[in-house]
Each structure stands twice: as structure tokens, then as C-alpha cells.
Write a new protein. Structure first.
Length: 191
């Protein structure tokens, strides 16, 4: 017979019953069918409540602008290193307005009004780098930013007339000139 009083006993043949000291366990730990009030002993009016979880201190809110992106302290070990997320520098944009290959050369316009950009800004740093033509890959490496971020920054400056994007020399097959690629590779190795 089943424990609930009905059914076929043959289903439970070979199934072990409760241990001999099962009643002692109920006395020590309570029954599995405990209703919450003790069977013996005084009842208490206080309900058990878990202690509140310790509160974590709220993280300090850090607001950075693109001009704050680079370290400015000379004593800091991370001078010139990126301190902000790349999307802060590009204002959330992931694609450049112009199609710029890694070997595309960029140079600063000498008569551009660079004073409009704040000192230490990524745009001004890019302008200082490009006094001589540099490839997009070299600019990204020197600024310590991902290639996509460098493309967006260069595209912004090219649209506003601060930098000039030079047409890539190519051979008759449409591929970039071998000398240019060698120069880019050599520049990347120097970094």
C-alpha cells in the first residue's frame, strides 16, 4: 500500500523505509511538514525575519568629456594614454564619414585655426602628429586609440578643413603602392 493509504503495495517492494532514529531527527530539526509553530513549548509572537543585506556604497559617478580623455599630468605613468572609452572620443559614432584605408596619408593644414581645439584634446594631438604626412594606422598607434576611432577623428577634421587626406597612390591593379605600404609597415615597427 502507498504511504497515502491507497494504491498498490507492489510498487514499493524493495524501497527502504525510514531509519530507526527518524523520530529523533524530527525532534532535533523539525518535521518536513512543519507548520511554523512549535508543537511543544511556548509560542512566540515575534516572527523571524532575515537581517537586512548590507548596503553597498553607491559608486561615484564619473563624467568625462572628450577633452578629458588624455592624461595631462607629466608625473602620471599614463601620460598620453587613453583614459576614456573610445565611444566618448567619437561621441558614440562607429563609422567615419569618409572611407579611409589604413595606408591613407593624412597631413595637418598649416593655416587651420588649431587654437579652436582645446590643448590636450585628441583633435589637437592629431594635428600635432600630422605636421608631416602620416598614415591612418600610424596616427592610431601614436594616439593609442583603435583604428576605427582614429578614422572617425580624422574624418571629422578633414570635413572641417583641419587636415588634408591625400589620395593613395596605387598601381594599375588598384592596389596601394608598394613603397607606401613599406613605409607604413616601417612606421608601425618603430612604435
Amino acid at each position: 500500500m502507498r504511504p497515502d493509504g491507497g494504491g498498490d503495495e507492489s510498487l514499493y517492494d524493495g524501497v527502504p523505509g525510514p531509519p530507526d532514529d527518524f523520530d529523533d531527527l524530527d525532534a532535533d530539526f523539525g518535521s518536513a511538514f512543519d507548520t511554523g509553530s512549535p508543537a511543544d513549548g511556548p509560542s512566540t509572537s515575534e516572527e523571524w525575519r532575515p537581517s537586512p543585506a548590507p548596503r553597498r556604497p553607491r559608486p561615484e559617478r564619473v563624467v568625462m568629456s572628450a577633452r578629458d580623455a588624455f592624461a595631462s599630468d607629466d608625473d602620471s605613468p599614463s601620460v598620453g594614454r587613453l583614459r576614456a572609452r573610445p565611444y566618448v572620443l567619437t561621441k558614440g559614432r562607429t563609422r567615419a564619414r569618409r572611407d579611409l584605408a589604413v595606408e591613407t596619408l593624412v597631413s595637418a593644414e598649416p593655416h587651420a585655426r588649431w587654437h579652436l581645439h582645446k590643448p590636450g584634446s585628441e583633435y589637437r594631438k592629431l594635428g600635432q602628429l600630422c605636421t608631416q604626412p602620416l598614415s591612418v594606422a600610424e596616427i592610431a598607434a601614436n594616439l593609442s586609440v583603435p583604428l576605427g576611432v582614429a578614422r572617425v577623428l580624422i574624418s571629422d577634421l578633414a570635413e572641417t578643413g583641419f587636415v588634408k587626406v591625400h589620395a593613395t597612390r596605387s598601381n594599375p591593379s588598384g592596389r596601394p603602392d608598394r613603397l607606401l605600404l613599406d613605409r607604413v609597415l616601417e612606421g608601425l615597427r618603430r612604435l
